[in-house]
Design a protein around this ligand. Structure first.
Ligand code: NAP
Ligand code: SF4
Length: 679
């Protein structure tokens, strides 16, 4: 039996083709739309062609681009991409050609951002400001609505002329068309508001206009909100009647979105269990005959197969997993699903970069959106490389160097690979790091990297190599507080590894990323991060999605108390200020829901049998604690580097050993891969 036959057996539905109108999709995976900011780069078209072309080569059946505005008012920000100029749209043709050359299809997303537009003159059904935008929109006039319908049609015509196979009309996530469908944002009393028919009229007219303008063969995908996750959002019966009307208006496919951007329920971050939202598209699929697409937190071929095989959806949309591994579907087809670099839903290098106006990339795959900067061709002068340290930086360097043909030996003092990743994986939702460890282990195996585990490398071990990479990482910082050796004090690694039990009353010193992770670890019941029913109960989501908006009450409602945890910091700033934009709010709210207290502007005076003595606002206090957990940063481990430099061996230091402060897996992997590319 060939490997391919075996795989088709493992993922038969996922790998089966699907006809949509005149188009044939070679499998059931769509690369979902994502903003990347590639369009603002020098050589933007060539870079986008390389980016999307690689995902097509990796066998994503259909690619949907980031959103293009149909007009001025719909722009996400003044520099966002647009499709309203026919001549400019034609410049996108090389992107379509690159995707078609690899046998995939490509659709342009047409996105009017409505009241989420970061522009002063933004528009919406009614003049109600979004909680995530500082600009208050203006209510659209009837004429503006008619003009916008025409603009959607013209943008689609422009996309068609450039070579796109179709468009996705973006009508979920709380953007303009979604805003018209619900009472929460639509208070109009004219023909575009009030009754369900009136609220649905605008999106339906958009689909009709695009179909009329682009003809029967042009693919129209409509992205419908399958669960708004806001107060006064659409109940299931309204979502279903909209889906049916959109089908009747001429759409070929319904993609689904979950949650408005302003929703206070996490929808895609690592805190959301895999596949949590699968029953939302299932409700729609039962009511229409066109294909329905499931999305959000689907990151493995097994889960995708299960959703398809159980009939919850006809196709799977993956956006971030295609950043993490553009060859996701090719590896699945070849029976090498265990070689997929899995998206860990951290949002650190994709969404957080976009929100801070940086080019998107990926924590586990620094090549994403930088395709033209990396080479794949093996070296013609293989070097003998030693990598010391088997954490994220060391594994990334060793894997990439061996992939490029170098002969690599990896030394690690511990008996297993992983370094800090082995601790990070204990935090709620961060079990996804196991996938990264599995990926690196297989990469090292494929690259025939010699592993010297449980061995502390010394200068003699390293003398015969052409180059030595020092990735010896970090060690927890022990702050200089009187009584720091008291029995109640524990390091964060002792708590996360399970070596120490924290007891019922816990003080966490240091409110950085690790302090927050440790606090969440201490208050989250085991398994709650992977169990959908518990996740829904935690955030007040209606598991049947029949309640208006899919929520049953305030998502931020406090939860029953457990351990008493207090998170302290010396700075006077708001604790958690430095956390990621797209995940920090979830962490802060989760801790608040669990009753975790925070204290800022604290000085630590002493630790003794009475507890932690602090001064805050000029007053002394003693805080009682079973355990005081140190999350007070890290110090680099560099002894070997210093010794090697003295011996004259070519040496480079990367990761936490090089710079311990602000170290995270993203920088570690990026440094490791880029260094290996330079050999
Ligand atoms: P960190 O973010 O630097 O936080 C450590 C905190 O300890 C500092 O904010 C500091 O706050 C305190 N501290 C430093 N020196 C101290 C001392 N001598 N005595 C007492 N307190 C001291 O480091 P981390 O939390 O260890 O995280 C390491 C890296 O991993 C960071 O880059 C972080 O972003 C990343 N990470 C991120 C996440 C996430 O985003 N979810 C999760 C885990 C890790 P004060 O001085 O104000 O007390
Ligand atoms: Fe996924 Fe994180 Fe990469 Fe974004 S940065 S694609 S969330 S692994």
């Amino acid at each position: 039996m060939t490997q391919e036959t075996t795989t088709t057996k493992a993922h038969p539905t996922l790998l089966s083709p699907l006809r949509v109108g005149k188009h044939e999709l070679r499998n059931r995976v769509i690369m979902g739309s994502m903003h990347t900011r590639l369009e603002s780069e020098p050589d933007a078209i060539a870079k986008q062609a390389a980016f999307y072309g690689e995902r097509a080569r990796g066998e994503a059946a259909l690619i949907i681009t980031g959103g293009f505005s149909p007009n001025d008012a719909g722009l996400l920000d003044p520099h966002a991409p647009r499709l309203d100029d026919a001549a400019e749209a034609l410049e996108l043709k090389p992107i379509c050609d690159a995707v078609h050359a690899e046998g995939s299809l490509i659709c342009a997303q047409v996105l009017h951002t409505g009241r989420y537009a970061k522009i002063e003159d933004c528009v919406a059904p009614s003049a109600i400001r979004a909680p995530i935008n500082r600009f208050t929109p203006r209510a659209m006039t009837g004429d503006e609505i008619h003009q916008t319908i025409a603009d959607f049609a013209q943008a689609s015509v422009n996309a068609q002329a450039a070579g796109f196979d179709g468009v996705e009309i973006m009508a979920s996530e709380g953007y303009l068309l979604n805003e018209f469908t619900v009472n929460h944002t639509n208070k109009r009393t004219d023909e575009w508001g009030g009754s369900v028919e009136n609220r649905h009229r605008f999106p339906i007219e958009v689909v009709r206009a695009v179909r009329a303008a682009c003809g029967p063969d042009f693919m129209i995908i409509y992205r419908i909100s399958a669960a708004d996750l806001i107060e006064d959002g659409a109940p299931t019966e309204e979502i279903i009647s909209l889906a049916q009307a959109i089908e009747a208006a001429g759409a070929d496919m319904l993609n689904t979105g979950i949650g408005w951007h302003e929703a206070r329920v996490p929808t895609i971050a690592y805190q959301v269990p895999r596949g949590a939202w699968r029953s939302a598209p299932a409700n729609i699929k039962q009511a229409v005959s066109i294909p329905v697409v499931a999305s959000n937190r689907i990151n493995t071929p097994d889960l995708a197969e299960d959703i398809l095989a159980s009939g919850d959806a006809d196709l799977i949309s993956m956006a971030r997993p295609m950043l993490a591994d553009p060859h996701f579907m090719r590896k699945t087809r070849e029976g090498r699903a265990d070689r997929i670099n899995t998206c860990i839903a951290c949002n650190q290098a994709c969404l957080d970069f976009i929100f801070s106006e940086r080019l998107a990339s990926c924590l586990v795959n620094p090549r994403a959106c930088h395709e033209t900067e990396f080479r794949d061709t093996p070296t013609d002068s293989p070097k003998r490389i030693a990598v010391v340290g088997g954490g994220a930086a060391g594994m990334a360097a060793a894997a990439e160097a061996s992939r490029l043909g170098h002969i690599v030996t990896l030394f690690e003092t511990a008996s297993e690979l992983g370094g800090q990743l082995n601790l990070a994986r204990a935090a709620p939702g961060k079990g996804e790091f196991d996938e990264l460890l599995r990926y690196f282990r297989n990469q090292l195996k494929d690259g025939e990297v010699e592993l010297r585990l449980g061995h502390a490398a010394n200068t003699d071990d390293l003398s015969g190599f052409d180059h030595v990479v020092i990735a010896t990482g970090v060690t927890p910082r022990i702050p200089d507080i009187p009584g720091i050796s008291h029995a109640s004090v524990a390091r964060y690694d002792e708590i996360l590894s399970g070596a120490r039990d924290a007891g019922e009353t816990v003080l966490v010193l240091g409110a950085g990323g690790i302090g927050f992770d440790v606090a969440e670890f201490l208050v989250t019941p085991a398994g709650a991060d992977t169990d959908t029913a518990t996740f829904f109960a935690t955030w007040n989501v209606d598991p049947s999605f029949t309640a208006a908006g899919g929520v049953m009450g305030d998502p931020l409602m406090p939860l029953p108390g457990g351990r008493k945890v207090t998170l302290l910091q010396r700075k006077t700033t708001k604790p958690g200020k430095g956390l990621g934009v797209s995940t920090g709010w979830i962490l802060r709210n989760a801790l608040r829901k669990h009753g975790v207290q925070t204290m800022a502007g604290v000085s630590y005076d002493q630790i003794d049998d009475a507890g932690l003595h602090i001064t805050i606002d000029g007053e002394s206090q003693i805080l009682d604690a079973d355990t005081i957990v140190l999350c007070t940063g890290q110090e680099p481990v560099r002894d070997l580097y210093t010794a090697l430099r003295e011996s004259g061996v070519g040496t480079t230091m990367i990761g936490g050993a090089e710079e311990a402060s602000e170290l995270d897996a993203m920088r570690a992997i990026d440094e490791g891969v880029r260094l290996a590319q330079s050999f």
